[in-house]
Write a protein that binds this ligand. Structure first.
Ligand code: GAR
Length: 212
C-alpha cells in the first residue's frame, strides 16, 4: 500500500464527486485512498458517503467570531494530521486563505463546473445555462485546477472538458451531464497527478485543453 496516494477530500454538500473518488479507489482504477473527509457543514450528505465507505470524517463548522485566519490555521492542523499527498476540494464552498494554502504548496486542487475564467463562485452551472439560452456562450465545461492562492476558482489548469448544451436540455438534464463530466474529470486528473506528477499533468492540460 506504500505507493497508494493519501487523499484528504474537503466537501460542503452532496459529495457526489467524493463518491466518484471513493468508487474509483475501491474499483482499483485510482491508486489512492481517501484517508479523511472534512466538511464545514454538519448536514452535508457527503459525510454519510464517507461513513458508508468507512472513511474517517471531521465536521469543522465556522465558529462565531472566528477570523478566517483562525479557521484556516485550525483546518490546516486537522488536514495535516492525516498526512495527505493531495488535498482535494470537491464542492468545498468556502474560500481558503494563504494561512491554509501555504501549508500545502502545490498540493491543493479544486474542481469547478465551468471553463477557466468563466463563472467563478456559486451557481456556475445555472449561470452558464442562462448565458447559453441568451446566446452569450456556445458551450461551457468543467475544470480542475491547482489552488496556489486566494483567487476564486482560479489557478494553473490541470484538466478541463468542454460540455455542450443541447437544444432539448432542461437545466436538470444539463446539470446531470455536467456532474457526470465532473466525476470523470476529477478521477482522471487525480490519477494523472499520482501516476505522472504535477508538471506533466499541467503540460498535458495545456495541450489537451480543447477536448470535448
Ligand atoms: C460540484 O459541481 C463542484 O464542481 C462545485 O460544487 C459541486 C459539488 O457537488 N464546486 C464549486 O462550485 C466550487 N466553486 P458534489 O457535492 O455533489 O460533489
Amino acid at each position: 500500500m506504500s505507493d497508494v496516494a493519501r487523499l484528504v477530500v474537503l466537501i460542503s454538500g452532496s459529495g457526489s464527486n467524493l463518491q466518484a473518488i471513493l468508487d474509483a479507489c475501491q474499483q482499483g482504477s485510482l491508486p489512492a485512498q481517501v484517508v479523511a473527509v472534512i466538511s464545514n457543514k454538519a448536514e452535508a450528505y457527503g459525510l454519510q458517503r464517507a461513513n458508508n465507505a468507512a472513511v474517517p470524517s471531521v465536521i469543522f463548522p465556522v465558529h462565531k467570531n472566528q477570523t478566517r485566519a483562525e479557521y484556516d490555521r485550525q483546518l490546516a492542523r486537522i488536514v495535516s494530521a492525516f498526512k495527505p499527498d493531495w488535498v482535494i476540494l470537491a464542492g468545498w464552498m468556502r474560500l481558503l486563505t494563504n494561512t491554509f494554502l501555504s501549508r500545502f504548496p502545490n498540493h491543493v486542487i479544486n474542481l469547478h463546473p465551468a471553463l477557466p475564467g468563466a463563472f467563478p463562485g456559486t451557481h456556475s452551472i445555472e449561470r452558464a445555462y442562462k448565458a447559453w439560452q441568451s446566446e452569450k456562450i456556445p458551450h461551457t465545461g468543467v475544470m480542475v485546477h491547482l489552488v496556489p492562492d486566494e483567487g476564486v476558482d482560479n489557478g494553473p489548469l490541470l484538466n478541463m472538458r468542454i460540455v455542450h448544451m443541447r437544444d432539448e436540455d432542461t437545466l436538470d438534464t444539463f446539470e446531470e451531464r455536467m456532474h457526470e463530466a465532473e466525476h470523470e474529470l476529477l478521477v482522471e486528473t487525480i490519477n494523472s497527478l499520482i501516476v505522472h506528477g504535477l508538471e506533466r499533468t499541467m503540460h498535458n492540460a495545456k495541450s489537451n485543453s480543447f477536448r470535448s
